[in-house]
Design a protein around this ligand. Structure first.
Ligand code: 5GP
Ligand code: MN
Length: 352
């Protein structure tokens, strides 16, 4: 079963047409949906949105994630049914991999992003489908629905369902999850959504009942006071600006995070703030983890944050939003970063 779902308009690789895909999805089966480690709103929103829709079509659907999601996503409908690998659930998860008929991968373009779920995925031998918007992935699944011009995987889930004429199965829970995914990857409909079609999808989800204002509130206005103080500290005491490279970065150690009683997800969004400074086109957030330094990278214009992350920090992602890691100390990570910037000086300084 190595057919591919394709669609010329979206430049997708397909031999299996949409009506055949619909026929396939009408046969009830067991589906496992998985997404990437450090799951963000698009990862969780697209996975849960699909779960609700496919459940209504008649499938038995589970969602498994490599590690827990941040607090600001826990309100999503169906979130409490997600199986998280880091809660000693590996045995249950391996049963899900063994007993399902189809694995749907959402919002990542290489199996390495699966963290602890990667071996289970690789050994599963099941039919697989990828729905994703990351560029430059190796198609690693049997079926693909990939469109890097879209701002989120959640939008692609909507289009995927619509193409198969299943839109009637999108209820308010699914619409809420999908709109939450769109909202997070577009930073509240501000970036990666400069094409009119995305607003048609947003409108359709709102008509089904997704409450845009509530979703925005839950994602962006439910922080703890500690998180806001950590943000204040990061910007006033910690941010370093390198005007000669149009670059700024923030580097937070575990002890700094602890002194603000950091909880998972608290630093989400910090990396966007330096880009609000006139003349800054590249922003990086370094956060110390137990055994490595995590990087979040954001750029404006055509500076390729993903290529930079891939070349120097074992990462990747989108042109303007990427992630990576550095196995070493914070000082070594920052020194490395500053030392390789010169290679990109022309590209950075010619950027808007
Ligand atoms: P974030 O900074 O929010 O962690 O990640 C930004 C983007 O980069 C997301 O689209 C995410 O999927 C991608 N990304 C983050 N970390 C990695 C990584 O280690 N490898 C790859 N290929 N992509 C990543
Ligand atoms: Mn995404």
């Amino acid at each position: 079963m190595q057919n591919k779902i394709t669609d010329r308009k979206l430049s997708l690789n397909t031999e299996l047409g949409w009506s055949e895909a619909r026929e396939e999805f009408l046969k009830p089966c067991k589906i496992l949906i998985i997404t990437h480690k450090n799951p963000d709103g698009d990862a969780v929103g697209s996975a849960l949105g699909l779960k609700w829709i496919l459940g209504r079509i008649g499938h038995t659907v589970n969602v498994a994630i490599p590690d827990d999601s941040p607090l600001f996503l826990k309100w999503l409908p169906g979130h409490n049914e997600i199986v998280v690998n880091d809660r000693k659930m590996t045995a249950d998860i391996s049963t899900l991999f063994n007993e399902c008929d189809l694995i749907i991968c959402a919002d990542f373009n290489t199996p390495e992003r699966l963290g602890g779920l990667e071996p289970l995925y690789r050994e599963s031998g099941k039919r697989t489908l990828l729905i994703d918007h990351h560029p430059n992935g190796d198609p690693f699944t049997g079926y693909n629905f990939i469109d890097p011009t879209k701002g989120s995987t959640s939008e692609l889930v909507y289009l995927f369902i619509e193409k198969m004429n299943f839109a009637e199965h999108i209820g308010v829970e699914a619409a809420t999850c999908l709109l939450a995914g769109i909202m997070t990857d577009t930073v509240g409909l501000k970036v990666n959504c400069s094409y009119p079609e995305v607003f048609e999808t947003v409108a359709a989800l709102m008509r089904i009942g997704a409450d845009k204002d509530r979703i925005y509130h839950e994602i962006y206005n439910t922080h703890s006071a500690n998180r806001m103080r950590l943000l204040g500290y990061s910007l006033s005491k910690n941010m370093k600006i390198l005007p000669e490279y149009k670059t700024a970065y923030i580097a937070l150690t575990i002890s700094e995070l602890n002194s603000y009683h950091h909880r998972k997800g608290d630093t989400e969004g910090f990396v966007n703030y330096p880009l609000a400074i006139a003349g800054i086109v590249f922003s990086v957030l370094f956060t110390e983890q137990n055994d490595h330094i995590k990087l979040s990278l954001r750029s404006t214009g055509d500076f390729p944050a993903n290529k930079f992350a891939q070349k120097y920090f074992l990462g990747g992602g989108h042109l303007n939003a990427a992630g990576g890691r550095f196995p070493g100390t914070m000082k070594e990570a920052v020194d490395r970063f500053e030392s390789v910037l010169d290679e990109y000086k022309e590209l950075l300084t010619s950027n808007r």
